[in-house]
Design a protein around this ligand. Sequence first.
Ligand SMILES: [Zn+2]
Length: 298
Amino acid sequence: MLRWQAFLQAGLRQARRERWTRGASANARHRVKGAAGAWVFGEEGDLAAVQVTRRTYLVAMRLRHGLPVAPACLVAAEESCAHGTAAGARCGVRLDTTGHHAVACGAGGGFVRRHNGVVWELARQLRRLGFGVRTEVWLDDLAEIKDGRVREARMDLVVTSPFGTYYLDVTVFHPFTRLGARRLPSAGGSLAAQEQRKRERYVVRDPASGTRRTRAHFVPIALASYGALGPAAVELFGVFELAARRSLHVSSSKRVGWLARAVAAAAVHGAAAGVLSAFAPPDGQERAHLRGLAAPGA
Ligand SMILES: [Zn+2]
């Protein structure tokens, strides 16, 4: 009886999904692909390396549904982007109501903060499972192509386990441009494309001889700002969780897929924090700088 009920409900859900897909705009379908069902019941209550507030939650919900983000801001939202540039000025681009510029604008170190939040959270979760984890490690066995030049690689995470060493490089991307257009896979607008970019950047095999430069496994961790996680990371996290459940570090009752949910929540709340900072009016300190009232070096 119960099995039939589950079966019928699954069928109903699929019918609803198909009906929605037929009626949805291309942009909405693209957005939903960027979420891939992630972060509906996430692990955000458990995050430590990323700030989760009522407001990041409200903004994230609005981003997910493609709604205007301003109603989720605490004070009257700014109309131009408040992210600071390296030169100390504001980005100043006119903000779109649905927050595409805010998420896709990296001015003021927003991308770095979002990326580091995911790296630190992943490191924290993997350490809990008993793995050895180091972050931002210079590697002498793997080369990286940066700006057309080959150099030593710096890896976001190096994970050591009884079954091998893993080099993990994290990337968080927004599937839309700052103007709100869909990014095509050729422009890095899909998880597979982002994984491929990372694989092309890190030279695992010597181009001349074809021999491996490293005995470690290189795995790109690609995340969309809406929470979808790339297939390479999904597979690897499954391996890590299985190993952890078999050891004494984690009870067998721990659900499957929590690593994916944790990093998805970190990316989603990190993106929401970027929106809040883009729409935020200057705080007291910045106001003083803008008016030239702050003491030098303050
Ligand atoms: Zn901006």
